[in-house]
Design a protein around this ligand. Structure first.
Ligand SMILES: Cc1ncc(COP(=O)(O)O)c(C=O)c1O
Length: 428
């Protein structure tokens, strides 16, 4: 038994399933999760000393690469002044200003500690502002694990084939309407019938929790115009896509101005931090100004703010997103060519530093399409790559991430390894 296996056995005794977030358990691909000892740049090292090129990036935050020296210095410096104050700091103003500068639809924001908190608070705010109860979400989109959003959610739940969570009262989920993603007709029909009762619509503008599936232009335009027409709040959940697909997030690429936006992952630079923000008239409904309650002991934590500020500085340097795009393009094109050569049905795409690959010839546009992809092929690919030192997310339903630390050589190495794995897969 190697050290990863030993640790997994120990972990299972004290932590349910041995992990602190379900998808880490390798449930949908089988085998033993790698216990990570350290990470640097594009690489991870596990407890058995094996090195991996990493395309998970802690599920999105690590856009500048692991343990970036400038981020580590910023964290070290901040830590010397104290880990948490529970009082306002100047850093909170600076990071709010920075985010508002980069995402102009956000006029005011509040910092929280996780994406789940951000979306949960945004939903409460939409309900409080409109005085309506019903919200709309889309099949295959994941917005964290708060009760009203755990209705046919994707991500880890999908992996375990469980469409909704035990423990969520049916009464709560009655107020969440779930529609198919990218289905403009279904959206029009719903608003025509119930538009005046809808508090808000929450959407991943590029879904990353049913692998990567971008929203179509017609879909996001319909979302914007219908919510405007019926006085509902449009919430862009950019926890994953914010500062990831482009500096201004998916909303900058789609030219959509949502009423509220949730962000996380990148803005904490690897520390627990997220935020929700948007129109000032809506944000002013939050306590202490308004009647919508929201709070957090560690909100705006000074270490997380320091890591986030430095990360936001680095991603604004000239050419940062050009490199992400180029690396993703080279990897996706390379994988497509290798798969074709091996005769394995496959497709892939990318936006900025986020990419998806699918064991199906046609790019999926909704959750139903994603469910038709070949999971057996995915498992073979995942384990073949991992055994040779390349780490992808352990589920076919997760997007992949590139960082600024990935080099052309990393991509060439990954493609060399992928060629071996696809050849092996073609042999059956
Ligand atoms: C789009 C989206 N929203 C919300 C969340 C929840 O964020 P967290 O895991 O920080 O609670 C995630 C997490 O992956 C996400 O991808």
């Amino acid at each position: 038994m190697d050290r990863n296996q030993q640790l997994f056995e120990q972990a299972k005794k004290v932590i349910p399933g041995g992990v602190n977030s379900p998808v880490r358990a390798f449930g949908s691909v089988g085998g033993t999760p790698c216990f990570i000892r350290k990470a640097k740049g594009a690489y991870l090292w596990d407890e058995d000393g094996r090195q991996y090129i990493d395309y998970v990036g802690s599920w999105g935050p690590v856009i500048v690469g692991h343990a970036h020296p400038e981020v580590i210095d910023a964290v070290r410096e901040a830590a010397l002044d104290g880990l948490s104050f529970g009082a306002p700091t100047e850093g909170e103003i600076r990071i709010a200003e920075e985010i508002i500068k980069l995402m102009p639809s956000i006029e005011q924001l509040r910092l929280v500690s996780s994406g789940t908190e951000a979306t949960m608070s945004a939903i409460r705010l939409a309900r409080g502002f409109t005085g309506r109860d019903n919200i709309v979400k889309f099949e295959g989109c994941y917005h964290g694990h708060s009760d009203s959003l755990l209705v046919k959610a994707g991500s880890g739940l999908l992996t375990f084939g469980n469409p909704s969570s035990a423990g969520v009262p049916a009464d709560f989920s009655r107020h969440t309407i779930v529609l198919p993603y990218n289905d403009v007709e279904a959206l029009h029909k719903l608003f025509k019938e119930q538009g005046n009762d809808i508090a808000g619509v929450i959407v991943e503008p590029v879904a990353g929790n049913m692998n990567m599936v971008p929203a179509s232009a017609e879909f996001v335009q319909a979302l914007r115009s219908l919510t405007e027409q019926y006085g509902s709040i449009l919430i862009y959940d950019e926890v994953m896509t914010g500062f990831r697909v482009a500096l201004g997030g998916a909303q900058s690429l789609q030219n959509i101005q949502p009423d509220l936006t949730t962000i996380g992952k990148v803005i904490g630079g690897g520390m627990p931090m997220a935020a929700f923000g948007g129109r000032k008239d809506i944000m002013q409904c939050i306590s202490p100004l308004g009647g919508v309650y929201q709070a957090g002991t560690l909100s705006g934590n000074p270490i997380a703010v320091a890591a986030g500020l430095k990360t936001l500085e680095i991603i604004q340097r000239s050419g940062f997103y050009d490199v992400l795009n180029r690396r993703c393009n080279d990897l996706c094109q390379g994988l497509n060519a290798i798969a074709e050569e091996a005769g394995i049905p496959f497709s892939s795409r990318y936006i900025g530093g986020m990419f998806g690959f699918y064991f199906t010839p046609a790019l999926p546009v909704c959750f139903d399409d994603m469910q038709k992809t070949d999971n057996q092929h995915f498992k073979q690919f995942f384990h073949g790559m991992l055994a040779r030192g390349v780490s992808f997310a352990p589920s076919a339903f997760e997007a992949s991430f590139m960082s600024g630390a990935h080099t052309a050589e990393n991509i060439a190495d990954t493609l060399g390894i992928a060629a071996e794995v696809f050849t092996e897969m073609a042999r059956g």
